[in-house]
Design a protein around this ligand. Structure first.
Ligand SMILES: C[S@@+](CC[C@H](N)C(=O)[O-])C[C@H]1O[C@@H](n2cnc3c(N)ncnc32)[C@H](O)[C@@H]1O
Length: 371
């Protein structure tokens, strides 16, 4: 159950309501102390000092500065080439009593002060519980604040205002670099490709052919813009395919030498797919099918951000990877490498159930927890 909000804070409105120290609930009878915002500001400033130097060495202009370092300030602050993207992770109680709204105001002011920027360049998003239905990748506004960021000499278009996510998942930077290193001369497949950032790295690494698959026209177009920004073009050798990966995999033909499989935790677009996908339940089917497309010496990277995810124990040859970039404190994803087109654990059947179509789901089935 997740719901998202988005917003940008104007300078005047912001400073009119500033406060720090004890926070009162709306009805005023539940006073409790929350950490002074100056603790957050100091931490952010300290992190930023070290992180900006690190980013210069790493040649990246989009990176994380604060990663829920202090539980009293449940925010992630990312830098995007002169802009800040602040994601809040409120607890239910904070939403109910409104304290998160006050905390957000303080955090925006403290971020502006610590990073010496105007609040107009700070974008806030809320990650909170919401019912099934609308997807994480839907548009929230049409303001379109775009910025091109750099990652190891490559350029990526990011949109800070319109969606919950910006177009570049910073936590996958290490895996993208790995793909680039391994891509030379390879046939590369990017499944659930989003804005095609893995493909851009594969292209930069010299991939011979690339196939980029995503359900969304918006993201397929965005991927093509990212190709262009880096001097590449979609075409016969570098195909961008708008398709449901689940259906596409049923008919797909390989072989591919390098595959990235990074599905969403849930996908429930009935209109487009006619079925629901849940990574915990369906990953075995997905990995099996994608792996079936590998060349004999091929490599598949599988990654998920689903909190509490457990890889099917039958995948005995899965190699867990340490893929979290240095600017992240929390383990926000898990990633494994699979070598070769072999099935799951030796001797285990090769035909796990495919993700069910919608009418096959039981009505009383409860949606699992998501973060
Ligand atoms: C977790 S993101 C992938 C992130 C991407 N690998 C990256 O690192 O940039 C999920 C993507 O899956 C796409 N998607 C969701 N369900 C899909 C489906 N059934 N088939 C194809 N794409 C799907 C969404 O449009 C979104 O772009």
């Amino acid at each position: 159950m997740l719901r998202w909000k988005t917003g940008r804070w104007g300078f005047n409105g912001l400073f009119g309501t500033l406060r720090s120290g004890p926070i009162h609930s709306r009805n005023g009878n539940d006073q409790r102390y929350v950490s002074d915002v100056s603790d957050f500001e100091n931490r952010l400033q300290k992190n930023a000092k070290q992180r900006f130097k690190w980013a210069e060495r790493e040649k990246v202009t989009a990176f994380r500065i604060y990663d829920l370092d202090m539980p009293e300030w449940p925010f992630a602050v990312d830098w995007y080439e002169g802009f800040a993207h602040v994601m809040e992770y409120p607890r239910r109680k904070q939403v109910r009593d409104g304290s998160i709204d006050e905390a957000r105001i303080e955090v925006v002011r403290a971020t502006a002060a610590a990073l010496q920027m105007v609040p107009e360049k700070i974008f806030t998003k809320t990650h909170e519980k919401r019912p099934w239905g609308r997807g994480q990748y839907e548009r929230l506004t049409t303001t379109s604040t775009l910025v091109n960021v750099k990652e190891h000499g490559l350029t990526f278009e990011c949109n800070l205002s319109d969606y919950l996510d910006t177009g570049l998942f910073l936590d996958h930077r290490v895996t993208r670099a790995r793909v680039r290193q391994e891509a030379k001369g390879k046939r590369f497949l990017n499944l659930f490709a989003y804005t095609g950032s893995f493909t851009v790295h594969a292209l930069a690494g010299g991939a011979a052919e690339t196939t980029t698959v995503d359900l969304s026209n918006t993201y397929c177009d965005w991927a093509e813009r990212n190709f262009k920004l880096n001097g590449f073009a979609a075409g016969e050798e570098h195909r961008v395919i708008r398709a449901d990966v689940l259906g596409w995999l049923e008919d797909a033909r390989g072989p591919f030498d390098l595959i990235v499989l990074d599905p969403p935790s849930f996908s429930s677009s009935k209109k487009k797919m006619g079925r629901r996908f849940e990574v915990q339940r369906d990953h075995r089917w997905l990995i099996e099918h994608a792996r079936g497309l590998l060349s004999p010496t091929g490599t598949l990277y599988f990654s998920t951000n689903f909190l509490g995810f457990e890889l099917d124990a039958r995948f005995k040859d899965a190699q867990p990877l340490d893929s979290l970039p240095g600017d992240f404190r929390r383990s926000v994803h898990q990633c494994w490498r699979f070598l070769g087109p072999v099935g799951v654990a030796d001797g285990v059947d090769r035909s796990p159930a495919r993700p069910a179509r919608d009418h096959e789901h039981r009505k009383d089935q409860h949606p699992p927890k998501r973060r």
